[in-house]
Design a protein around this ligand. Structure first.
Ligand code: F6R
Length: 251
């Protein structure tokens, strides 16, 4: 795991966009793994700005999102389908037939999950996976206790995750109780992983991430076993780590 320290949210987003653009430029038909949430929003904004200014093309890019709420329709404004359309897909020239998200309304969820993993494999696997991190250490919606061997599957969301995401809904009761998520094994198969963290609310989990052994009670700790993971975090998120530790992890 290589740590890159950013001054603030804006710098984190700029640095993250650079990593993604390097990937796209070195392989114009890259398969990108994408995330939703507040942390990655600025990165999408930077990619859109670059697309407008520099005409970087997404014509041959394919994308797979990490997760989707179970039970929400694609049109629901809180669905991750709607988030991706609004914050990224509609703003760049990616054909919609090349963007994939799990279907949270699938009748046969097991078949949906299997098909999703097969589709990723069929397109050659994920070249670069973008991740945020939950305050409980989740990646995707792989909550504490998730198996490291899991592929795409249906999960029950932790109360703390529902509370953290309630800001987007009218009330906590409206936050779905379940989601479909790529599993940890699916995420770990990605050739490169880029995890972003910003803000004081992520400082405790980042401290734990760098100090804990690999344990499924903090799912993100598995990333230390991945050969090419970059973490870009801002100063607030790193504020519980000592300067010397930050330097050590930056190597
Ligand atoms: C979203 C996802 C989640 C978020 C995480 C952080 O697709 O997979 O793991 O990345 O919950 O969310 P924010 O960025 O809103 O703090």
């Amino acid at each position: 795991m290589k740590l890159i320290e950013a001054k603030d949210y804006h710098e984190m987003s700029m640095l993250a966009a650079e990593v993604i653009l390097d990937q796209i430029k070195s392989k114009t038909d890259s398969v990108l793994g994408l995330a939703t949430g507040g942390t990655v929003l600025g990165t999408y904004q930077q990619l859109i700005l670059d697309h407008q200014r520099n005409k970087t093309t997404y014509q041959h890019i394919k994308t797979f999102n990490l997760d989707e709420y179970a039970g929400l329709s694609k049109q629901d404004e809180n669905s991750y389908h709607a988030y991706m359309k609004k914050h990224f897909f509609d703003e760049v020239n990616i054909p919609s037939s090349q963007t994939f998200l799990p279907n949270g309304e699938a009748q046969d969820m097991k078949a949906e999950c299997e098909t999703y993993d097969l589709k990723i494999e069929e397109l050659g696997g994920i070249d670069l996976q973008l991740l945020g991190i939950g305050q409980n250490g989740h990646i995707g919606f792989n909550e504490p206790g998730s198996s490291f061997e899991s592929n795409t599957h249906l999960v029950a969301l932790e109360q703390s995750t529902r509370e953290a995401n309630a800001r987007y809904f009218d009330s906590i009761e409206d936050v779905p109780t379940h989601a479909v998520t790529m599993g940890i094994a699916s995420i770990m198969k990605s050739k490169k992983i880029l995890l972003l963290a910003s803000g004081i609310q992520k400082s405790s989990i980042l401290y734990d991430l760098f100090h804990s052994d690999v344990t499924n009670s903090i799912p993100a700790t598995i990333l230390i076993n991945h050969p090419d993971t970059i973490i870009i975090a801002d100063q607030e998120a790193l504020s519980k780590l000592h300067q010397d530790e930050r330097k050590m992890f930056a190597k």
